[in-house]
Structures are given as structure tokens and as C-alpha cells.
Design a protein around this ligand. Sequence first.
Ligand code: 5GP
Ligand code: MG
Length: 196
Amino acid sequence: MQPQPQPHPREHQLADHLESILLSEGQIRARIAELAAEIEANESTRPDLTLLVLLHGSLLFAADLMRALSLPLYLESFRVASYHGGTSSSGELTMDPQSLSALRGRHVLVVDDILDTGRTLAAVTRVLREEAGAASVTSCVLLDKRVARAVEFEADYVGFPIGDAFVVGYGLDYDGRYRNLPYIATLKPEAIGGGE
Ligand code: 5GP
Ligand code: MG
């Protein structure tokens, strides 16, 4: 059965913009526990693993994932932007070069919200290997739009494969909004493209 939006009064206006809930809080929580177990089983041989959180989209996912991990961890983050107010990836990437220096010699697990065209993670992992001098690089994404790939890239850990719809919530935004929804949802067409 498809879970229906259960808006908290505070979320009322946001929930009005939603078409349907794709992944509920419970589904996300359960899958993160499985991902954490997978990561612990594979990554325990990589000492001092560093989670590199790509902001802002991965903020909620990373916060929940790291609490589910009992490995010793370092945490780094930087900001990447690829959408600039639209709903398709521009492929442009902004990275803070200062954050990169902290990753030299580290075993890095890049945490991102969603893998779409693949341009962001392909570029980030290339920079980590070739410019930042990371000892090793793996990646973990909550969502994977496999059909949308423009460049060859596969994440090592995937929460949920999803279709090509534009999704919001649980950190993911549309033009800066909806990140605070605790679930992943699709937007009504009228909420996209200025239909306030
Ligand atoms: P890629 O470079 O793989 O095309 O895009 C990855 C980034 O695009 C994600 O980190 C996310 O910021 C954004 N993105 C891709 N698909 C979606 C989507 O369905 N919803 C939202 N809100 N952002 C998306
Ligand atoms: Mg992102």
C-alpha cells in the first residue's frame, strides 16, 4: 500500500505541494540500518575512515547513517551545487579547495543524497583521487536514478534505486525548499516551475 502524506500542522503548506510519498521515514530508517551493516562489514579494513558529506542534500542522510555506524570515523563536508534552481543537473561543480587538503592520505567514503547523471560523484571522486591524494575512495548514496546516467559511474553502496522522477525531502530540495520533510516525496507539477 502506498503510504499517504500525514502532514504535521507545521508541514501543512509544504505537504500541499506533494504528489505522493515515495519513501516513508520507516523505509528510510530500515534501509539505513542495512547500509550501515554493509559498510561496517566492508570498510572495517580501511583505518580511520573519513565520511565526506556533500552538502546540503546529504545532511539528513549522513546524520542518520553515521549514527548507525559503530566504526571509528572522521567527518568532513563540502558544498557542491549542480542544480541552480532547476530540476535537471547542470553538471557545474563548486568545491571548496581548503576542505580537500584535509583528505590527503585518508580512506574516504563520499556520502551523497542522490546519484542522477553521475556527473557530481564522477567529478568529486576524480578530484579526491587525483588532486586531494586520498588513499582510497568509495561512495554511498541514498537514492540512485539509474536510467538518468550521463556519465559512467556506480556507487559502492546504494540505498534505493528509483525511477527518473524529481524528488524532494529528507535533505533534497527544490529551489532551496522541502529539505526538512522527513520522507522522500514527488512534487505536484504545479509546485515545480513557479506555480506557488
Ligand atoms: P548528478 O551530478 O548525479 O546529476 O546529480 C547529483 C545531484 O543532483 C544530487 O546530489 C542532487 O543535489 C541533485 N539531484 C539529482 N536528482 C535530484 C532529484 O530528483 N531531486 C533533487 N532535489 N535533487 C536532485
Ligand atoms: Mg547534492
